[in-house]
Design a protein around this ligand. Structure first.
Ligand code: ZN
Length: 271
C-alpha cells in the first residue's frame, strides 16, 4: 500500500482543508468557509473544528477497529465536548466540515463520505467508480438556494449532512466497501481539487493519470493552472485543494486473475 497526498490553501488564505493518513487508511476534511456576518454561536474558527475532527478520527483509526460511522460519531462527540460552554451547539450555523475516510483491510476498502469530498475508486480492471455525496446539490426547490433554506436543511432528514455538532450525521454518511487489490487505486479529493472534473471538464481517467506520474502535487498544480487560465464566473477563482492517492501494491494472488466484481457491486457504491 502506498499513500501520498498534497494539500494547499487558496493563495493568501488559511487552509481549511486537512489530510491525514495512516499505513492503511486516509481521510480528507474540507471545512466550510463561514458566510460573512453569520452568527455561528461558536467562539472557534473553521480550522479549529477541522483539526479537532481530524484528531478524533486519527486516534480512533490508529487504536480502534470500530466501524467508520462510529469513528466519525466519536470524533464529533469529542469535538462537541471541546467546544466548551461558550459555544451554542444547537446553532445550525456552527462550523462544519466535509469528511471522507477510506480504510483498506484484507483486499477490501471501506469508505465513508459525508458532504462534497469525492472518493473515486479505480479498480484492478481500470473501471472508475466515483462515490460522491451530492445531497447538497439536490435540495428541494433547486438552485439558487436561499441561505435560510440551506440553514433549515443542514443536518436534517431530507436535507444534507455535514460533520459539525450532530453525531447523527455520522450515520447519514454514504458508506460501503469495494475490492482493493494490487493495481487498484483510490483518490480522495476536496472540491477544490475535484473542480478539475466538475467545472473544467477533465475526466477522472486524466486525474488518475496525472497522480500516477506526478503524484497529488502535480494534480494540484494542474488545478491552479486551470484556475489561472480560465477563472470561473460565479465560483471563487481558487479554493483550498487536497488530493490523496492510495495505491494497492504487491503481486496479485495467483488464484485471482482479473478480479470479478461481486454481484452487488453497484449496490455497494450506491449506483
Ligand atoms: Zn466552538
Amino acid at each position: 500500500m502506498r499513500i501520498s497526498y498534497a494539500t494547499e490553501s487558496a493563495p493568501g488564505h488559511v487552509n481549511e482543508d486537512y489530510a491525514l493518513c495512516g499505513n492503511d487508511w486516509a481521510a480528507v476534511l474540507d471545512g466550510a468557509t463561514a458566510f460573512p456576518g453569520v452568527e455561528s454561536g461558536c467562539v472557534h474558527d473553521v480550522p479549529w473544528l477541522v483539526r479537532h475532527l481530524a484528531s478524533g478520527v486519527s486516534r480512533r483509526m490508529l487504536l480502534d477497529s470500530m466501524p467508520l460511522p462510529d469513528v466519525l460519531a466519536a470524533a464529533i462527540e469529542e469535538t462537541r465536548e471541546a467546544h466548551g460552554p461558550a459555544c451554542d451547539l444547537a446553532n445550525p450555523d456552527s462550523p462544519s466540515s466535509t469528511i471522507s475516510i477510506v480504510r483498506v483491510c484484507g483486499g477490501t476498502a471501506e469508505y465513508l463520505t459525508l458532504a462534497d469530498s469525492p472518493i473515486v475508486v479505480r479498480g484492478h480492471d481500470q473501471a472508475l467508480t466515483p462515490v460522491i455525496d451530492d445531497r447538497l446539490a439536490h435540495l428541494p426547490g433547486g438552485r439558487p438556494y436561499s441561505r435560510k433554506l440551506v440553514r433549515s436543511l443542514r443536518n436534517q432528514p431530507g436535507g444534507f449532512w455535514v460533520a459539525s455538532t450532530s453525531t447523527e450525521a455520522a450515520y447519514r454518511a454514504i458508506t460501503g466497501s469495494v475490492p482493493f487489490e494490487p493495481g487498484s487505486e483510490i483518490g480522495i479529493f476536496t472540491d477544490g481539487a475535484s473542480r478539475l472534473v466538475e467545472f473544467y471538464g477533465y475526466e477522472w481517467e486524466h486525474v488518475f493519470s496525472v497522480m500516477e506520474t506526478g503524484g497529488p502535487g502535480a494534480l494540484l498544480r494542474l488545478v491552479r493552472s486551470a484556475e489561472n487560465e480560465k477563472p470561473l464566473g460565479d465560483a471563487k477563482q481558487h479554493d483550498d485543494a487536497t488530493a490523496v492517492f492510495m495505491t494497492g501494491c504487491g503481486a496479485a494472488r495467483p488464484d485471482q486473475g482479473i478480479m470479478q466484481r461481486p454481484a452487488n457491486w453497484r449496490d455497494l457504491v450506491g449506483m
